[in-house]
Design a protein around this ligand. Structure first.
Ligand SMILES: Cc1cc2ncn([C@H]3O[C@H](COP(=O)(O)O)[C@@H](O)[C@H]3O)c2cc1C
Ligand SMILES: O=C(O)c1cccnc1
Length: 353
């Protein structure tokens, strides 16, 4: 049986080494001391390998922000009510959220996806409907979703990114919205990195010391009840995940299969990236980490993925905000490679060594 997921996994290729060598060689003849643009050089070279072009092009940009609700809010793991999820979806549509502002600044479109919002959304709003169910089940008491729903959510993400790539897309950023979703993200992080729950769990939208202790206990219980297999991304997603987390994993896998660079956002997107990497190890080469979140588990995720965050701005918002800023830097790196003059062109004397 060739499912969309299997077909997509089979399409992920290693990066184009030849394009990367050409990009690296060009970086070395641009009018600057070799290596002087540091990680901008590194980013441009990997973009070349991903896009399979010696000089990568970043023009069409999108942030895909996936929304879903979480049954685990019944355990009181945060202080905001669940209605904030659909309320924020409306804000994304009206352009007033942080992700809208940053996306306008970098010239990216925002694609909002309903993966699993519990409440009602008005009909006829520009939201892509991929509803798997109206919120996950409470992971502290059993699996958050079925295995079939986990696969459905990943395949929905693949479909969304494919349709955006068909419209024209040179780079994509991931984003999330879902009250309670730092809880499943910390659970996924602990299981997949082997670190303790206490070490990877943070305050999300803001909880007291006492509430943080309770959140840790809820996550420990969720892992004990579900016993997910850390090597099996679909099992971890089904037992501990969220529909938006599965959707983001699908966006990452789908982008990798089509040779499109994907900038991963904060803690929730990081959990999705761990799942994507477990299912599709080669997808890692297509990922950039937009920023380093304040959530303590994010650095542990970054280390496990072997990714260095592009910026550190102490963000703890999600929505795709850190991914959008990462895209700005990635685009800058590609423009430098394309537009800077070489020593030969500019008539600047080269180093004598
Ligand atoms: C107004 C508002 C806007 C947001 N935008 C993103 N998040 C972020 O906070 C939530 C995760 O934190 P926790 O696990 O503590 O609920 C997610 O919805 C995430 O995207 C928001 C949260 C709020 C309240
Ligand atoms: O890092 C994130 O993405 C994050 C952190 C706190 C709350 N929401 C999102």
């Amino acid at each position: 049986m060739t499912t969309l997921l299997n077909k997509t996994l089979a399409a992920i290729k290693p990066l184009d080494k030849n394009a990367m060598e050409k990009a690296a060689a060009r970086q070395d003849i641009l009018i600057k001391p070799q290596g002087a643009l540091g990680r901008l050089e590194e980013i441009s070279i990997r973009l070349a390998g991903i896009q399979r072009k010696a000089i990568p092009v970043i023009k069409n940009k999108a942030i895909i922000t996936m929304a879903g609700d979480h049954g685990v809010v019944a355990e009181k793991v945060g202080n905001f009510p669940q209605e904030v999820t659909p309320q924020m979806v409306l804000n994304f549509v009206h352009g007033g959220a942080a992700i809208n502002v940053i996306s306008r600044q970098i010239g990216a479109r925002v694609v909002v996806v309903n993966m699993g919002v519990a409440g009602d959304l008005p009909a006829n709003i520009p939201v892509v409907n991929k509803l798997v169910a109206r919120g996950t089940k409470n992971l502290a008491r059993g699996p958050a979703m079925t295995e079939a729903q986990a696969i459905q959510s990943i395949e929905a993400g693949i479909e969304v990114v494919n349709s955006e790539i068909d419209k024209g897309l040179d780079i994509v950023g991931t984003g999330d919205m879902g009250i309670g979703n730092t809880t499943p993200s910390a659970a996924i992080c602990a299981v997949m990195t082997g670190q303790s729950v206490a070490k990877v769990t943070g305050r999300g939208t803001g909880v007291s010391d006492e509430q943080l202790q309770h959140k840790i206990e809820v996550i420990e219980r969720a892992i004990a009840v579900n016993k997910p297999d850390p090597k099996n991304g679909i099992d971890v997603l089904a037992k501990l995940g969220g529909f938006e987390i599965g959707g983001i994993a699908g966006v990452i896998i789908g982008a990798a299969a089509r040779g499109v660079p994907v900038v991963v956002d904060g803690f929730i997107s990081g959990a999705a990236a761990l799942i994507a990497e477990a299912i599709a190890p080669q997808s890692r080469e297509y990922m950039f980490l937009g920023h380093l979140s304040v959530e303590p588990g994010h650095k542990i995720m970054a280390d496990k993925l072997g990714l260095k965050p592009i910026v550190t701005l102490d963000l703890r918002l999600g929505e795709g905000t850190g991914a959008a800023i990462g895209i700005f830097i990635a685009e800058t790196s590609a423009k430098i490679l394309a537009e800077m003059a070489t020593f030969g062109e500019a008539g600047v004397s080269e180093s004598k060594e």
